[in-house]
Design a protein around this ligand. Structure first.
Ligand code: SF4
Length: 254
């Protein structure tokens, strides 16, 4: 990936379903109202409901951000409704990540114009190599940047650019601390399931999300694209010149 550019967000299947289903039903309702006089009112009502359902997906920029809380909850309901089907087809993660890219597209549209001033990076603790004894929990400087996990690359970027960041593995604690910090943007790295949970549990905070790669399975020696995160921070966040970086925290009690 180009170090300085964000990859395009190909929303794919989620947007196809999210818009395609109500638009198709709306057209069917109108056609039925035209050819079937009995029940015409109900068919028109169905069409209007479908238009109301699909309309929020066309909001962008400030309008999107103002209504994001409702939009994300509603989109999340669509994701959950079709999730069993996606699972049956072996496409569960692809379905969720398609929604994540749709979310990212909306967040980018706003923050590439109005940069965030109080962004927070959230990382899962499982990016640290499982057999690493470096005490990065206590002090970031304890990382030797040995190259066995993405922590070293991430930390050098975080320290040089003064990113506010946090590592944690207990979701409810993350939500509580995020609400206390009051960021105007979250840039989060996690697996598909946790990204979906985070987006729908914290709909009030715009979040740009980056999926974890799981070469060794869930929660062990996971990795992610540090240049992608760096590009997101450079594109969406105002450079932070204050010496206010927070120590990374890892909750190992869970
Ligand atoms: S990069 Fe840092 S945290 Fe990762 S394995 Fe090496 S010393 Fe440990």
């Amino acid at each position: 990936m180009n170090e300085r550019s964000l990859p395009p967000e190909r929303t794919g299947i989620f947007l196809l379903v999210r818009r395609g289903v109500p638009i198709t039903l709306g057209i069917v309702g109108i056609l039925l109202a035209l050819i079937e006089p009995i029940g015409r009112g109900w068919y028109l009502l169905l069409s209007m409901a479908c238009i109301a359902e699909v309309w929020p997906t066309f909001r962008t920029g400030t309008d999107y951000l103002r209504t994001r809380r409702v939009s994300i909850r509603w989109d999340g309901a669509w994701v959950r409704s079709f999730r069993p089907l996606a699972r049956a087809l072996g496409k569960e993660d692809a379905w969720i990540l398609s929604f994540c890219r749709w979310n990212n597209r909306k967040v980018r549209e706003y923050f590439q114009v109005h940069r965030a001033r109080r962004a927070l990076v959230l990382l899962p603790h499982c990016i640290q190599a499982a057999n690493c004894k470096a005490g990065i929990i206590e002090d970031l400087g304890n990382c030797f940047s040995c190259g066995r996990c993405p922590a070293g690359d991430f930390l050098s970027n975080a320290l040089s650019a003064n990113w506010n960041c946090q590592i944690n593995n207990r979701s409810h604690k993350v939500y509580r601390e995020v609400r206390a910090f009051k960021p105007d943007l979250i840039v989060a790295v996690s697996c598909a399931d946790r990204l979906l949970k985070g987006l729908t549990k914290l709909p009030e905070v715009p979040s740009y999300v980056i999926p974890l790669q799981l070469p060794h399975g869930m929660c062990v020696d996971t990795t992610f694209c540090v240049p992608h995160l760096k590009a997101a921070m450079e594109a969406l966040v105002e450079p932070n010149r204050e010496e206010n970086i927070q120590p990374l925290q890892v909750d190992v009690g869970a």
